[in-house]
Design a protein around this ligand. Structure first.
Ligand code: GDP
Ligand code: MG
Length: 213
């Protein structure tokens, strides 16, 4: 790589959404700190965790946001989605109602991101894809741009609690088929035994990097 590329950093915001108690907070704590909580309470204080990956010799930071329990009251606001480049949309494979909610979450993500596209990006979508726009020489929290086109948001459907396979209520095929029809990546995970947790987050981060680099 040329000397121009050295020290390049990327910073992406990723959000985790889905019904209450599907395991969003535990997926994040498993990924970021390798921790699991059997009796986790609503998230207090912590808004996001930052993970750094090295891709193509570049430092790629993902700022991963967790709801502070607002989803219980269907009170996740547009501020939560603002500026996100990726989303993990989570359901619990043992509770069909959480799978049935996925379309509502996708709709909310979509309408919020469309609402947030600034006019200059709506006029020139290519601008949002130009790498210059996303390269952040010195990472600052205010460098999280609200601008993105909906297609640039990397989305993964996550069926969590795979360790409870014996009492599953949603088949793998149903998950796959929903993901296919909505254009999402798909993975089943277990925050409890770690299955596919790193894979899921890393894939979303790499996809975002590929979208913008
Ligand atoms: P959130 O409301 O979506 O953030 O869900 P939490 O992460 O707080 O998890 C809700 C409950 O599900 C907690 O009791 C967790 O211990 C449990 N849980 C989360 N992930 C898993 C998993 O992969 N397997 C099992 N068996 N339980 C899980
Ligand atoms: Mg939570």
């Amino acid at each position: 790589s040329s000397s121009d590329d050295e020290g390049e950093e990327y910073l992406f915001k990723i959000v985790i959404i889905g019904d209450s108690a599907v395991g969003k907070s535990n997926l994040l704590s498993r990924y970021a700190r390798n921790e699991f909580n059997m009796h986790s309470k609503a998230t207090i204080g912590v808004e996001f965790q930052t993970q750094t990956l090295e891709i193509d010799g570049k430092e790629v930071k993902a700022q991963i946001w967790d709801t502070a329990g607002q989803e219980r009251f269907r009170a996740v606001t547009s501020a939560y989605y603002r500026g996100s480049f990726g989303a993990l949309v989570v359901y619990d494979i043992t509770r069909r109602s959480t799978f049935d909610s996925i379309s509502r979450w996708l709709h909310e993500l979509k309408s919020t991101s469309l609402f947030l596209i600034p006019s200059f990006c709506a006029l020139n979508r290519n601008l949002t894809r130009s790498s210059a726009y996303f390269k952040i020489p010195n990472v600052r929290s205010d460098a999280l741009h609200p601008a993105h086109s909906d297609t640039a948001v990397a989305k993964m459907l996550v069926g969590n609690k795979l360790d409870l396979d014996s009492i599953r209520d949603v088949s793998v095929e149903e998950g796959k088929s929903l993901a296919e029809s909505e254009g999402l990546f798909f993975m089943e995970t277990s925050a409890l035994d770690s299955t596919n947790v790193k894979k899921a987050f890393d894939l979303v981060i790499r996809e975002i990097y590929n979208n913008v680099s």
